[in-house]
Design a protein around this ligand. Sequence first.
Ligand code: FAD
Length: 368
Amino acid sequence: MSHKVSSCEVLVAGGGIIGSACARAAAARGLRVIICEPGPDPTAASAASAGILAPQIESTDESLRALGLRARELYDTLAGSLAETTGIDIGLWRDGVASLAFTEPEAQRLRDAVAHQRQAGLRCDWLEAADVAERFPAAAPCMGALFAPEDGAVDAPALTRALRDDAKRLGARTMATRVNRITTILGRATGVEIPAGKIKAEHVVIAAGAWSPQIDHLPRHLPVEPVRGQMAAAPWPMTMPRTVLYYDHAYVLARGGEALFGSTMEHVGFHGGVTETGIAQIVAAAQRLLPSLPATPTRAWSGLRPLTPDGRPIVGPDPDVRGLWYATGHGRNGVLLAGLTGDIIASLITTGASEIEIASLAPERFSS
Ligand SMILES: Cc1cc2nc3c(=O)[nH]c(=O)nc-3n(C[C@H](O)[C@H](O)[C@H](O)COP(=O)(O)OP(=O)(O)OC[C@H]3O[C@@H](n4cnc5c(N)ncnc54)[C@H](O)[C@@H]3O)c2cc1C
């Protein structure tokens, strides 16, 4: 029988952006927290991420957009408080994101999306081709654009570091280990098993990204799949103002003196790395948007997004095992949703409720 190596109130399995946000929020509410993180895995999503905060461009699903809008607003205060407590600048930038149309059907789809969002009371503009040329002089000639003036970006690796450092400052401990399985007694979580033994915990939060389903003894199948995203970078032309532009699912953004090109959506299991075809595809899309960008990237990388079948994350309690919580499957929006997910999980653990509507994220929605 394995021996007890430690104990805590909240055990977080996974120390990516989601696990770190949950650990920070729980520690901030005075709970004793341990984060188990073996790596991070070189193919983890958080370090690879573009860090765009674009609920008005990315989300076609109404409930996901509503959460994304809430999550986006949180960054205004989170950026300041993380800078104060950790000294890390998370690079929050909110000057607006545009999605360009190059054909009439694309323009029509985006005009409809603008009308729909305005009807819902959101700030969203249709830019005619001439307006695009004026606002983004380096952009290729196009047929117009959807412009979401409040969308933006953060530096995702910096944000991940800042959340983790702040969690530690608030008392969370990190153990460099994987979680093998959860332990339960009579429908209640009692902790986890790690290779070195057992950790006793009143609450266990599953936040291991694409690896979440590999944790043994979960009471349900988690339909979270790795979806590889390849990224590339080149120097951002000094004279070009900072910009984030989309063309369909592809995008270009400026971060730290570089232009980041993204990204592919590939179902290739747990294979990281980049391919010639993948990089050629994202460079071509980037050049379609901003033709003066260098065609040869200076570096390239990839990460595995944890994606669910409906694109919404799994956030909330397990209905059958008390003290077991899920914060996984954030797909394309995990950076946007990180701060909000942390708050939801910490609030559920401490009060049993969340003032944010999370029925659409329930783990049991895939069970029937
Ligand atoms: C190329 C790319 C671009 C992206 N762009 C954006 C964007 O612009 N905006 C946005 O909002 N989102 C974006 N995303 C999505 C976002 O990055 C992810 O949704 C988010 O990072 C997921 O965070 P996570 O902590 O759940 O997963 P991860 O960062 O993958 O972390 C999971 C962690 O769990 C650990 N782990 C694995 N097994 C175990 C175990 N058994 N026990 C304990 N720990 C374990 C791993 O080592 C890993 O560190 C992008 C993703 C990619 C790949």
